[in-house]
Design a protein around this ligand. Sequence first.
Ligand code: ACO
Length: 179
Amino acid sequence: MPMTPDSQLTLLFSPDLIPNSVRDALPSDLHVRPLAVDDYHRGHLEVLKVLSVVNDPGFDAYRAHFESMLPANTSASKGQTYYVISIVSKQTDKVVATGSVFIERKFLRGLGSVGHIEDIAVSKDMQGKKLGLRVIQTLVALSEKAGCYKTILNCSDENIPFYEKCGFKKKENEMAKYA
Ligand code: ACO
């Protein structure tokens, strides 16, 4: 099935926020855009399985979750907290890579904001083609456009070289407490 145009999709945020430099750097058969509500049917959760356990909540719950991330005014970049992106195949309309950044609003640094990158996943057969790099470049651009003074993430030791290639530096340690 050929790719559904952005104009026919319900997107999480305005596609105008995606940098043209990333669009131009992608292979011509791939397209980067905000997550669409029906990416549920395009394999979004399948792609995330390369990263962790994914339990299928069903489309209704997925849609309600998506809608809870929409700001009151989707045309404004200010006020948006959650940015999730999809890279889709123009031939199959399937999601092949995804990632997210959420904007934390702080009281320090003059009421500054920090972008937290999470859940970067490239489908197994598409890894090693710079899609992970393009996802990170897009998310950092979104974070910076939202006014964040830094963008941070947690990762395993084996992914450190990937994030270094994306321009990140190791700082401090991650602590976790599971429920
Ligand atoms: N070790 C060393 N170098 C690496 C690694 C690695 N594990 N992964 C990528 N690189 C290098 C590539 O060789 C490339 O280098 P080059 O520019 O010199 O050619 C550069 O990093 C960019 O690599 P991409 O091709 O963009 O990587 P890819 O598209 O495969 O995406 C990713 C990397 C996201 C880690 C992917 O392999 C994946 O989905 N893995 C499974 C899930 C995962 O671990 N996700 C990250 C979790 S951390 C988080 O979500 C915050």
